[in-house]
Design a protein around this ligand. Structure first.
Ligand code: NAP
Ligand code: ZN
Ligand code: ZN
Length: 347
């Protein structure tokens, strides 16, 4: 076992603080990584505060991980010491079910192993994420990244990037589509960049008037302040596709109205509380309400390669790990432009 410095929450109500955890020694297929940067996802906050229930303490979040390979097991083919590498939201799955065989490990029928707050398949315990100096995983769950892009901007692609890329691809979004991205945060800003790059007409749907200029800078063609009744009315029956990235409870009905006939709204934002949906908002205009979870390993690699080719990275504010608690408070206020990323040299 190796001792690794980390930041952990000891309970739902205690702040994140230094902690030391133990990682296994690399197994034959393991790739061990020294973490350089780790993005801060709103799911980290939902988890450490137990907003979704089921958090196991101490909890070490972080699933937007980039770093350098320091050791590989004897059977590893994909990586060698010194390579850049990344780990996203998954570190294992059964690899045998129909979904795993299709590369949809996030929908593993026997349960995937999350990078944090997961249970190792071999019974060795709980998984700890990227708010730590070092991590390791089976090579099948380690991704290749380009050395051409700034690493701190690449880190958020591992969750915010793939979580928005996957539904846009699934619903075949491209030229001729009118797309609304609801919520301009970590996921939302990647949704805008990716949907624009696929050729769609993109409208930012935000409850923050201060974000209008940024939305345009990120490539959005239009901006709608969702709290302004007139502006919201102007996009009724308008969109082919809405990607809902909002983290807090909100009324889906307000946005379903904005879909045109056969339009689709996909939820990726995961508020802890359920929301009521009026059947009539789906029945009229034959609308679809859907969901999507991160992405599988092949699609995550495809997204990383696509972003490298098209020079797409996240807009980040690099933080010192000691400022993580303050960053959570700022994230709750919507005061992040547009992803906090921890410089792991500060741990
Ligand atoms: P974030 O950076 O905090 O962004 C959330 C955005 O939601 C905010 O910037 C804000 O945008 C909007 N918002 C916040 N409170 C709101 C409110 N009360 N009413 C309306 N809009 C509000 O969070 P994130 O990291 O992008 O994550 C977003 C959500 O996706 C979280 O629930 C997270 O757990 C979930 N998630 C899901 C997956 C998945 O696989 N499905 C993966 C990762 C994350 P405006 O200021 O523009 O309105
Ligand atoms: Zn995430
Ligand atoms: Zn499986």
């Amino acid at each position: 076992m190796t001792q690794t410095k980390a930041y952990a929450a000891q309970s739902a109500t205690t702040p994140m603080a230094p902690w030391t955890l133990e990682r296994r020694d690399p197994k034959p297929h393991d790739v061990q990584i020294d973490i350089l940067y780790c993005g801060v996802c709103h799911s980290d906050l939902h988890t450490v505060r137990n907003e979704w229930d089921g958090t196991i303490y101490p909890a070490v979040p972080g699933h937007e991980i980039v770093g350098r390979v320091t050791k590989v097991g004897s059977h590893v083919k994909k990586f060698k010491e010194g390579d850049l590498a990344a780990i996203g939201c998954l570190v294992d799955s059964c690899r045998e079910c129909d979904n795993c065989k299709e590369g949809l490990e996030q929908y593993c029928l026997n349960g995937f192993v999350g990078t944090y707050n997961g249970q190792e398949k071999d019974g060795s315990g709980v998984t700890y994420g990227g708010y730590s100096k070092q991590i390791l995983a089976h090579e099948d769950f380690v991704l290749t990244i380009s050395d051409k892009l700034p690493l701190e901007g690449v880190a958020p692609l591992l969750c915010a990037g793939i979580t928005t890329y996957s539904p846009l691809k699934h619903w075949k979004i491209g030229k001729g589509h009118k797309v609304g991205i609801l919520g301009l945060g970590g996921l939302g800003h990647m949704g805008v960049k990716l949907a624009v790059s696929f050729g769609a007409e993109v409208t930012m749907l935000s409850h923050s008037p201060s974000k209008e200029a940024d939305a345009k800078r990120l490539g959005a063609h239009k901006f709608v302040l969702t709290s302004d009744k007139e502006q919201a009315k102007a996009v009724h029956d308008y969109f082919d596709f809405i990607l809902d990235t909002v983290s807090a409870p909100h009324d889906y009905n307000n946005y379903l109205h904005m879909l045109k006939t056969d339009g689709v709204m996909t939820c990726v934002g995961a508020p802890p509380e359920p929301s009521q949906v009026a059947a009539f908002n789906l029945i009229f205009k034959r609308r679809t309400l859907a969901g999507s979870l991160i992405g599988g390993l092949p699609e995550t690699q495809e997204m990383l390669d696509y972003c490298a080719e098209h020079n797409i990275v996240s807009d980040v504010e690099v933080i010192d790990i000691k400022d993580i608690n303050e960053s959570y408070e700022r994230m709750l206020k919507g005061d992040v432009r547009y992803r906090f990323v921890i410089d792991m040299a500060t741990l």
